[in-house]
Design a protein around this ligand. Structure first.
Ligand code: NAD
Length: 462
């Protein structure tokens, strides 16, 4: 791990600020060039990145592509294609009181940015926010998670060997290094991780009135109604829940099953686990391990073995927990007290939709919410009454894959959003300009004040 002292951090941030102030990064062609370079560096080092993520938690090359690299590549290409349009001056109408004149909005970069990534999608969560940061014309420092050490090392190598540190740089490290970094003045901090650390980040940012985007987590509820297509529901749920070993911020955390649907759903989930992960998921190349022993123990403490109806097999030496389903769960169970972030799927049965909605609303606002149904009534009621980051109908997790849907949480699950244009906005300031003509200067706003002026003003303004 890199050892950088406090002075180095200050020097690094100062050098980025100096570079930003040369206005080099404001040139749209420069930004496009740098994004192309980033794409090229990543694409030509896929094998290295595959190896590192497998070492971190046995994530396959296929999933490294589908859930990390392809999203990064797509975001880079989208930014390259749209950058000229996004960064253009936007003309808006001018109100009567300001005529003759014109009005427009100039998108401008914020300056020196810091992205702090989480370990569960280590490439995506460290690099995807940096794409809009660079696209918007900022400089960037990336601090990947120390928990996924091998991917952190690879990102540091690839970025730091290919980019000048005054423009784009990876700082490796954990709490100590991040705390030192946070003492510096940034123009934007983009954090992905848990809500406890998010408060530390926000406090540090407040010292300099630095704007933050916080991409956090929470327990994402998943409704399954009697009128859902249960076969498709189970297939999509099994994929979404057990993807990445359940370590996905928008994984369906628990199921709220309408009375009458549970038995059929459990039986289909069982079939789908078998179909997707085979008789022994420990041997499946598509089944990722728990990131470290601390998380393994934490997850195991959430499992009540008397309620396990599918799975429950473990191998601590391999940090393996099989896809596990718990039935007859209540909101008082340990598994319902925190975000699971592992391959455990609890099922809670409900009779009254109002009760189920009340239970969600009594808890922190979720990052995602899913509804499996073939009718609109219940879906519309839930979307109308419950606040959450984003979600899907008859699917789970896949809303993240649509770059036209801004991605972010609300309340405890985060603030701000990104991907596509939303990402560009997160790293931009929109500077509003009134551009007045000097052809005439009506006397109306100037003293001496008089009744005719007041009347005319009222008629103009109201
Ligand atoms: P983590 O342990 O990787 O921590 C996240 C980052 O915070 C790391 O870079 C880490 O070094 C830094 N950090 C940790 N402690 C710190 C401290 N005391 N001071 C300063 N920095 C510190 O990740 P995590 O917190 O275990 O992440 C899991 C959480 O993140 C879950 O709640 C998950 O839902 C959420 N998450 C959200 C998204 C999203 O896009 N909304 C994506 C992935 C994960």
């Amino acid at each position: 791990m890199e050892t950088q002292n406090k002075i180095d951090y200050k020097r690094l941030v100062d050098s980025q600020l100096d570079y930003f102030n040369t206005n080099t990064t404001k040139d749209v062609n420069f930004r496009i060039l740098m994004l192309k370079k980033l794409l090229n560096v990543l694409k030509s080092n896929e094998a290295l990145m595959d190896k590192a993520i497998y070492k971190d938690f046995k994530k396959s090359s296929f999933e490294n592509y589908t859930t990390e690299l392809s999203l990064i590549y797509h975001d880079i290409n989208e930014a390259i294609s749209n950058l000229k349009g996004w960064s253009k001056k936007i003309s808006v109408p001018t109100n009567l009181a300001n005529l003759p004149g014109s009005s427009y909005i100039i998108p401008e970069p914020l300056g020196v940015t810091l992205t702090i990534g989480a370990w569960n999608y280590p490439y995506q969560l460290s690099l995807a926010p940096v794409i809009p940061a660079l696209a918007a014309g900022n400089t960037a420092i990336i601090k990947p998670s120390e928990l996924s050490l091998n991917t952190s090392n690879v990102m540091a190598k690839l970025i730091n060997d290919n980019f000048d540190s005054k423009y784009l740089h990876v700082v490796e490290g954990g709490v100590e290094e991040t705390s030192e970094l946070l003492k510096q003045k940034f123009d934007k901090i983009f954090y992905t991780g848990g809500s406890v650390v998010a408060k530390i980040i926000m406090k540090a940012a407040a010292e300099n009135l630095t704007p933050v985007t916080l991409e956090l987590g929470g327990k994402s509820p998943t409704f399954v109604f009697n009128d859902a297509n249960i076969k498709i529901t189970a297939k999509r749920l099994v994929w979404a829940k057990f993807l990445n070993g359940g370590q996905t911020c928008i994984a369906p955390d628990y199921i709220l099953a309408e009375k009458g649907v549970k038995e059929k759903l459990i039986s289909e989930i069982k079939k789908q686990i078998l179909e997707i992960h085979g008789e022994d998921p420990q041997k499946s190349e598509a089944f990722v391990r728990i990131i470290n022993p601390r998380h393994y123990k934490r997850i195991m403490e959430l499992v009540d073995s008397s309620k396990v109806v599918i799975g429950g097999e473990t191998d601590e030496s391999d940090l393996y927990i099989s896809p596990t389903v718990m039935d007859n769960v209540t909101f008082d169970d340990a598994v319902m007290q925190e975000e699971i972030f592992g391959p455990i799927l609890p099922i809670i049965e409900f009779d009254s939709l109002d009760w189920a909605i009340r239970m969600i609303k009594d808890r922190p606002k979720p990052l995602a919410l899913y509804v499996f149904t073939s009718s609109n009534k219940n879906r519309d009621k839930i979307f109308h009454e419950v606040s959450f980051g984003g979600g899907a109908v008859n699917d789970a997790v896949m809303h993240l894959a649509n770059p036209n849907l801004p991605f972010g949480g609300v309340g405890n699950s985060g603030m701000g959003s990104y991907h596509g244009k939303a990402g560009f906005d997160a790293f931009s300031h929109y500077k509003s300009i009134l551009d007045k003509s000097t052809l005439i200067e009506p006397p109306i706003k100037y003293p001496p004040y008089s009744d005719w002026k007041r009347k005319l003003l009222k008629s103009l303004i109201e």
